[in-house]
Design a protein around this ligand. Structure first.
Ligand code: BV8
Ligand code: ZN
Length: 249
């Protein structure tokens, strides 16, 4: 990928105000399945079957075992050069906001100073009735007749601390993300298919407010038409190259 005569090269060298929206694609090279790629999580299950409140109430064991499986995968993988490059960029820029749709905690594990989690975090769980935080990996301690453990405070049901379809995003996180998209000079859209809203509205917001909007993806997406540039390739290779431009003497 050559940044030939692209404005991106000069922009990066002056370490501008940057806002990044990341999706499952940035974690793919760590070995975390995405959602909508052919080998993705949704290839086997439909989102409406699992990632929504009603599915959880209908069959908490099924939904919990799906999240438990994902927690086990995430515990075995490591952040990749794409995560590390973004963590480094944040240290070089005066204003750098990392907004993620991912719930896999890999940006945090890569040392990202600050992460705005729009869809929650799979490592966290809470009680449906009293909101008391609970351990997300409790399934290993399922009691012998496979009942799900209950809240220690009020005996209520425990759910993953992730945002399901039809649920509102955390208000403060969404407000901060929108504010950063509106005020950045460079918006990077990394490894997302851009089909889930309101997260996918951020690049539109950035462009409307004058930012240079760049997509980094293995392929074109439904939101490629919004971008000033689409860099086709694995984020684990492209992001370190953008970091190198930032470090260019
Ligand atoms: C809400 C649960 C208010 C957590 C997920 C308009 C406005 C508002 C809402 C809506 C709207 N239109 C429709 C809606 C409803 C819905 C929605 O957007 N539906 C879509 C599917 C049409 N939105 C909601 O329900 C949201 N809530 O708005 O509340 C409301 C309420 C009711 C009615 C209206 C409004 C809640 C959204 C959150 C849903 N939760 N998951 C979990 O279990 O993880 S969504 C799920 O998709 C994940 O959270 C994930 O983060 C998200 C986005 O997926 P991506 O990250 O993009 O991953 P994907 O696999 O799709 O793509 C991967 C990409 O990476 C690909 O492009 C691939 O090419 C690329 N790639 C692969 N490898 C690499 C790579 N790129 C670079 N390098 C590589 N190596
Ligand atoms: Zn409780």
């Amino acid at each position: 990928m050559e940044l030939k005569d692209s404005p991106l090269k000069d922009l990066l060298r002056r370490r501008p105000r940057i806002c990044v929206l990341s999706g499952a694609g940035i974690s793919a090279e760590s070995g975390v399945p995405t959602f909508r790629d052919p080998d993705g999580l949704w290839a086997k299950f439909k989102p409406e079957e699992l990632a929504n409140f009603q599915a959880f109430i209908n069959n908490p064991e099924l939904v919990w075992s799906w999240y438990q499986h994902r927690i086990e995968v995430i515990r075995k993988v490591k952040p990749n050069p794409g995560h590390f490059a973004l963590a480094e960029m944040a240290k070089l820029c005066t204003e750098f906001t990392l907004v993620t749709q991912n719930v896999d905690n890999l940006h945090q594990r890569a040392g990202q100073p600050e992460v705005i989690e729009l869809h929650g975090n799979i490592e966290r769980a809470y009680c449906l009735d009293c909101n008391t935080p609970a351990a997300a990996d409790h399934l290993e301690k399922l009691d012998e007749n496979q009942r799900l453990p209950r809240c220690t405070e009020c005996n209520g049901m425990i759910r993953p601390d992730v945002v399901w379809f039809g649920e509102m995003l955390p208000e403060e996180s969404l407000r901060r993300a929108e504010n950063s998209a509106q005020n950045c000079e460079l918006f990077l859209c990394v490894g997302t298919s851009g089909v889930v809203f309101p997260a996918a509205s951020l690049p539109f917001l950035a462009k409307e407010n004058g930012a240079y909007v760049v997509e980094i993806n293995r392929q074109h997406t439904e939101i490629s038409h919004v971008m000033h540039e689409t860099l086709i390739g694995p984020s684990g290779e492209i992001l370190p190259r953008l970091l190198a431009e930032m470090n260019h003497p």
